[in-house]
Write a protein that binds this ligand. Structure first.
Ligand SMILES: NC(=O)c1ccc[n+]([C@@H]2O[C@H](COP(=O)([O-])OP(=O)(O)OC[C@H]3O[C@@H](n4cnc5c(N)ncnc54)[C@H](O)[C@@H]3O)[C@@H](O)[C@H]2O)c1
Ligand SMILES: [Zn+2]
Ligand SMILES: [Zn+2]
Length: 350
């Protein structure tokens, strides 16, 4: 059915060391029942990929050696597994990397992104730093008509940003975005597109990204030279913002976020912390009556629906946030660039 070759070269984590990737030969996988085979168009580099490249403690626990990683991806369906009627050959798809069982209490209540039996494509099993991959058809989301392929691979981090933002009010709301990595930048842009009344963007010392946030519509950009809490309070009539999103992974930012969200406001945290027990000004959180929410992945499928509406209307300036497009052969350069922070999103094209 497919015209895919028998073998392919794919970036594979093979050594128990920093970097530790090699471009090695694998068979092109065959789609199992319920799966599709996708020919990769673009795969973007996520902070998670850098953790795996660096081979930190988390990666050593989670990623089996020999795995082809890469999970932020899109492409064209080139073969169908038995029983797949939702897709046809030639369909353009973007991938939801959270693989769910669809048959546990979390899946039943509409929270398949935290499925009790879930796993992550390109982390726990082979992913998309490869020219072909297989994926359950359900996870291969049709992309809006006429969308540029690069806009496909960034739907995972854009979805993270939208899921975090929509943990609180957005239209007409004052919003603070802490941490201007690619996800924070998407959030700044999406918040403006979704009608926030004021968006305050905060990084520490990354001038490159602070400049991008300004270009993407932030009303005010703050950094380490500013009194962050006082400025946010004075910009919001002394109240604090309605909705704070934490994307930095810095305990300092988390404490600032708690102290500059309004009474009864919303604090949504997507970040992963190097130290998973940071000091938190707990009494401020309690007496400010904050709604604190941890965010993981994307809601399946309401986040995707919101994102596709925004992408179809042209409201998201993907081209400004994707600062670098490299060929897949420049995988190592892409990793170094992402690690340096002198970039927005880095996309690898096939
Ligand atoms: N929960 C999930 O499902 C999920 C998914 C993807 C990513 N993440 C996490 O989300 C976070 C954002 O990802 P990313 O790739 O955009 O991040 P990134 O690491 O590229 O960017 C973080 C930014 O925060 C800035 N920063 C550092 N200290 C700061 C401070 N005190 N105040 C404000 N900004 C500060 C840095 O300069 C940097 O620009 C990461 O922690 C990542 O691990 C979580
Ligand atoms: Zn990712
Ligand atoms: Zn489940």
């Amino acid at each position: 059915m497919s015209e895919a070759p028998g073998t392919m070269m794919a970036w594979t984590k093979v050594h128990d060391t920093e970097d530790g990737f090699e471009l090695i030969e694998h068979p092109v996988p065959s789609p199992a029942p319920g799966e599709v085979l996708v020919k990769t168009a673009s795969t973007s580099i996520c902070g998670t990929d850098v953790h795996i490249w660096l081979w930190d403690e988390w990666s050593r626990d989670e990623v089996p050696l020999g795995t082809i990683t890469g999970h932020e991806t899109c492409g064209e369906v080139v073969a169908l597994g038995e029983g797949v009627s939702s897709h046809k050959i030639g369909d353009q798809v973007a991938i939801e990397c959270h693989l769910a069982c669809w048959n546990c209490p979390r899946c039943d209540e509409g929270n398949a992104h935290i499925c009790e039996n879930g796993s992550i494509f390109g982390v726990h099993d082979n992913g998309a730093f490869a020219p072909y991959f297989t994926i359950p058809a359900t996870n291969a989301r049709h992309t809006p008509d006429g969308l540029d392929s690069v806009h496909g691979s960034i739907q995972d981090p854009l979805g993270n940003a939208i899921h975090t933002l929509t943990g609180g009010p957005v239209r007409g709301a004052t919003i603070a975005i802490h941490g201007l990595g690619p996800i924070g930048l998407f959030a700044v842009n999406a918040a403006k597109a979704m009608g926030a009344s004021k968006v305050i963007a905060i990084d520490w010392d990354n001038k490159y990204r602070m400049g991008l946030a300004e270009k993407l519509g932030a009303d005010l950009v703050l950094g380490k030279g500013d009194n962050i809490i006082e400025t946010i309070l004075s910009e919001t009539d002394g109240r604090g913002v309605d909705n704070t999103c934490e994307f930095s992974g810095s305990p300092v930012a988390l404490a600032n976020a708690i102290r500059s969200t309004r009474m009864g406001g919303y604090l949504n945290v997507l970040s992963v912390y190097g130290n998973s027990t940071p000091e938190v000004p707990m009494n401020d959180l309690v007496f400010r009556y904050l709604h604190l929410k941890g965010i993981n992945g994307r809601k399946m499928w309401s986040t995707w629906d919101t994102m596709h509406d925004l992408l179809s209307s042209g409201a998201i300036d993907v081209d400004s946030i994707v600062t670098h497009r490299l060929g897949i052969s420049e995988f190592q350069k892409g990793m170094e660039l992402t690690r340096s922070g002198l970039c927005g999103k880095v996309v690898l094209d096939f």
